[in-house]
Design a protein around this ligand. Structure first.
Ligand code: AQP
Length: 336
């Protein structure tokens, strides 16, 4: 029996965070043994908000090296650059013609990001791409017949939209698309901002103390954890509603060490926040040290570029076949 195909990507807007790692990347690595795993660098998604061309280029190389440094295996996973597969933008256009403006305007991420653009820049310049992002994401998934998509919790709504578009088009044109399922971890699906634990940790946050970058200096990492906002109770107890800061640190500790939250509560029952933060610092630094060592070896190696090209070739074969079918079924091509 053929393996179930999974696909996911990470937007190349900046240096990846511990949130991206624990919510997405860690899953990709764990799943690659049992599934056909496709992972892309979402550079087309990265341009929905202004970004310098130089930064965008640097981010590509850095992200590919990080993917492999985090444990993706080029012999198991197909890793490629989103924009290398031209079929994806073609399909995104077709999907957008079967998606309503209302559906896109309802997306929480669109609402949050457009509100942020207005408040940060005092402008109404909201790029259409920000609104259309979910149709491109649907194309990323449907083009490759992916059965499932490992993502963080924040992306669940976008997967639901991709499912709705797939079902709508299947009803109209016959069995065109596989209807994808999200795969969301129970713990770690939403790592929170260290300075404001009511918000998710995000790589485009303006305050560097808010997030841990996978490539951050390790002393800074310890300091960021020490400076993380907690509460005055000084008791290591999980309560996301009333103690979001310490609960977030417990989640981070749990995901890295594979210890349950209940076990952590027992382990640190007689410890104060300072001691607990030191322990969290140790496990995070230990994780990042290994990743950074591999990253530095891979960053300028030719192997990485070769793996990327190899991945693009594999993805292209699947994409071309699928787009051909879509063009025929929707009447855009008159020759089979
Ligand atoms: N804080 C997080 N906790 C758990 N999972 C997270 N992900 C992102 N942040 C967290 C997951 O990482 C994958 C890739 O996300 P993305 O970079 O494509 O987009 P995003 O969700 O918008 O992430 P950021 O860091 O907030 O990016 P920017 O700042 O560029 O907008 C997804 O599976 C996501 O769920």
């Amino acid at each position: 029996m053929s393996q179930k195909r999974l696909i996911s990507g990470i937007t190349s807007t900046g240096k990846l965070t511990l949130g991206n790692y624990l919510g997405a990347m860690q899953q990709f690595v764990e799943l690659q043994d049992d599934y056909e795993m496709m992972v892309f660098i979402a550079n087309l998604h990265a341009i929905v908000l202004p970004i310098e061309a130089k930064t965008l280029k640097e981010n590509i190389k850095s992200m590919v090296a990080l993917y492999f440094a985090c444990g993706l295996d080029p012999n198991k996973a197909t890793v490629f650059l989103q924009s290398d597969i031209l079929e994806v933008t073609n399909l995104a256009w077709i999907l957008s013609c079967h998606t309503t403006i209302g559906e896109l305007e309802r997306m929480t991420q669109f609402k949050d990001k457009s509100t942020k653009v207005r408040s940060d820049n005092g402008t109404n310049f909201i790029p259409t791409g920000l609104l259309m992002y979910p149709t491109l994401m649907a194309a990323d998934i449907l083009l490759y017949d992916a059965q499932a998509v490992p993502v963080g919790k924040d992306q669940k709504q976008h997967i639901e939209l991709a499912r709705n578009i797939a079902e709508r088009m299947n009803n109209k044109f016959g069995e065109l698309f596989v209807v994808p399922e999200p795969i969301i971890k129970e713990t770690g699906a939403k790592i929170m901002d260290l300075q404001d634990p009511s918000k998710k940790m995000s790589k485009s946050a303006t305050n560097p103390k808010s997030y841990i970058g996978l490539l951050d200096d390790l002393n800074q990492v310890r300091n960021k954890i020490k400076a993380a906002i907690t509460d005055s109770e000084n008791l290591v107890r999980f309560d996301m509603e009333n103690k979001p800061g310490v609960s977030n640190l417990m989640t981070i500790y749990s995901c890295i060490t594979k210890t349950t939250i209940a076990e952590i509560e027992v382990m640190f029952a007689n410890k104060n926040y300072g001691e607990f933060k030191n322990a969290v610092g140790d496990v995070v630094v230990n994780l990042l040290e290994g990743i950074q060592k591999k990253y530095n070896q891979l960053l300028n190696s030719q192997e990485v570029e070769m793996w990327l090209q190899q991945g693009a070739k594999k993805a292209q074969i699947i994409a071309q076949k699928k787009l051909k079918k879509v063009l025929w079924s929707t009447g855009l091509n008159y020759k089979k």
